[in-house]
Design a protein around this ligand. Structure first.
Ligand SMILES: [Zn+2]
Length: 285
């Protein structure tokens, strides 16, 4: 299978109804819920923070929608918006890496798969990194790793709480070892942040997998997930084949991970800002 298709594959646990892709509806006014198939007026969806009013399915948010949800109006200042990846391995699969990057830039209006910056959350100063799954599957290459490391180091230096919002298929394989090295780099920076006793809240959204789940996304002092998000390292089929046993129902969902102590909370989107605000009040006294 070409590498580009890895990120479009929908797992059995994703909560997404495959039949939803077949029927077409006019774009712009109505959206179809990927979980319950209901047709929803976009205005209603917008007012509901892009959560399905029928079944509570959480539609993906763009980084700017997420920043608007969490950060007080007109307080966000972006860092390093134009840091962008090179193609050190001159990688070509079904299409070249440079072509994937250029399509992702066009699709998202971003130069990379993470937006970082600082702002206020209910008056608390925070440093924030928000990933975009639409950008090469939200994969972590050298630039995503560098931008995350820079915000961790800034949080440490200035003693400002750090928040990350993950959505990722894992390491960016088109950058080979250079992408894998970002797991160690971000984790080492977070170890220094922990030593400096600066709070770090990690928010996981659907899906958070691979090298991002295996590094900064799961290293928060508090780890919060949105409901029904797929969270894991390898996909369920790979695990089943390796372990030669059937996986339990709901495996790799946020709710399953909460039950088994891997994460601290599952919080619906409309309560996310107030929950983080309470945590920041608790941590900062
Ligand atoms: Zn729904």
């Amino acid at each position: 299978m070409p590498i580009s298709e890895w990120f479009h594959k929908k797992g059995k646990n994703s909560g997404i109804n495959p039949s939803s892709e077949k029927r077409e509806i006019p774009e712009g006014i109505w959206s179809r819920c990927a979980a319950c198939n209901e047709i929803i007026f976009q205005g209603e969806l917008f007012r509901n923070h892009r959560v399905c009013p029928k079944c509570n399915y959480h539609f993906p948010l763009t980084p700017w929608e997420r920043i608007n949800l969490l950060i007080d109006e007109n307080t966000f200042k972006e860092f390093n918006p134009h840091l962008c990846s090179k193609d050190p391995l001159e990688f070509v699969a079904a299409k070249s890496y440079l072509e994937s990057l250029s399509q992702a830039r066009e699709r998202t209006g971003l130069d990379e798969a993470v937006v970082t910056g600082e702002g206020q959350l209910n008056g608390h100063k925070v440093i924030l990194g928000v990933m975009d799954f639409r950008f090469v599957g939200g994969s972590m290459g050298s630039v995503v790793g560098e931008k995350i490391t820079r915000i961790v180091e800034k949080a440490e230096k200035e003693g400002i709480p750090l928040i990350t919002v993950s959505a990722s298929g894992g390491a960016r394989m088109q950058e080979g070892m250079l992408s894998l090295a970002q797991m160690a780099k971000t984790s080492a920076a977070l170890a220094r942040l922990h030593e400096a006793r600066v709070s770090y809240i990690a928010i996981l959204t659907h899906p958070t997998t691979g090298g991002v789940a295996a590094s900064f996304a799961m290293l928060g002092d508090v780890i919060i997930s949105e409901p029904r998000a797929l969270i894991g390292f390898a996909g369920p089929r790979v695990i089943e084949k390796t372990m030669k046993q059937k996986l339990p129902r709901g495996f790799q969902t946020a709710e399953f991970l909460l039950e088994h102590g891997m994460i601290d909370m599952v919080v619906p989107r409309w309560e996310l800002k107030s929950t983080i605000s309470k945590l920041l009040e608790f941590f900062t006294g």
